[in-house]
Design a protein around this ligand. Structure first.
Ligand SMILES: Cc1cc2nc3c(=O)[nH]c(=O)nc-3n(C[C@H](O)[C@H](O)[C@H](O)COP(=O)(O)O)c2cc1C
Length: 222
């Protein structure tokens, strides 16, 4: 299935079927985790069959149910970490979509279970992504207008418009969509995050969507 279709179909899912992941799905996802870690230097870890992390009072209140598989997004604690985690985490979310696994980025509502993953010296756990076979599909999020999040106008090239539209399909914390894409001279694109809750992670996620749909051959990041 094409990537735009996967982006359109993706919704946050907070309730899962309580079944073990198929071995093939685990192997395919682990291979993509390994590829992301090799490319980025991150230390993303896939945790399976661990049902305790999301058993929290707030989680019950939020109707979070039967999560026992998740990705833990960890990396060297540098100023770039959050954006990097967003970019590679969303690559893994879309890989999950390809495998028919649902997901939900989670900055809260979970606890760290000793022994489930490792954080090395100098590293930081930024957040996690719950995943599994969804019990529900989720739904389309409300979206900001394209001219609120970019300098798109009637002269903008098609690839830029399509890239920003794809960024608007991306998940963001509290659905805030606090990013801005600016097309500059010489097909350079500047993407920035406004200040707020996890907006640098959101920026990395939105940049991944933009890049995949706009096409790397059409622009360079400013
Ligand atoms: C960085 C980030 C953190 C998030 N944290 C949580 C969370 O702690 N709990 C939760 O239920 N959803 C969380 N979400 C999911 C968002 O609420 C969701 O992506 C947004 O409302 C848009 O909906 P959609 O993903 O269905 O398109 C988070 C999303 C992102 C990108």
């Amino acid at each position: 299935m094409d990537m735009l279709e996967l982006m359109k179909r993706r919704h946050s899912v907070r309730q899962y079927i309580p079944a073990h992941l198929h071995e093939d799905d685990i192997a395919d996802l682990q291979a993509e985790v390994d590829a992301c870690n090799a490319e980025s230097g991150l230390n993303i870890q896939l945790v399976t069959n661990e049902p305790q992390a999301f058993k929290t009072i707030l989680g019950m209140y939020m109707k979070i149910k039967d999560i026992s598989n998740y990705l833990v997004l960890i990396g060297d604690d540098t100023p770039e970490l959050e954006e990097k985690v967003g970019y590679y985490g969303e690559r893994l979310v879309l890989k999950c979509m390809e495998l028919r696994l649902s997901t939900c980025w989670m900055s809260s509502n979970y606890k760290q279970i000793p022994g489930a993953f490792t954080i090395k010296n100098g590293e930081r756990l930024v957040l996690v992504i719950a995943l599994g076979y969804g019990k529900v599909d989720g739904f389309d999020h409300d979206s900001r207008d394209i001219d609120e999040v970019s300098n798109v106008d009637e002269n903008s090239p098609d690839w830029f418009v399509k890239g920003v539209e794809a960024a608007l399909l991306a998940p963001t914390a509290r659905n805030q969509q606090k990013f801005y894409f600016e097309l500059l001279e010489g097909n350079k694109v500047k993407a920035t995050a406004k200040s707020g809750y996890y907006t640098n992670v959101d920026l990395g996620i939105a940049k991944y969507h933009f890049e995949v749909i706009a096409g790397k051959e059409n622009f360079t990041w400013a």
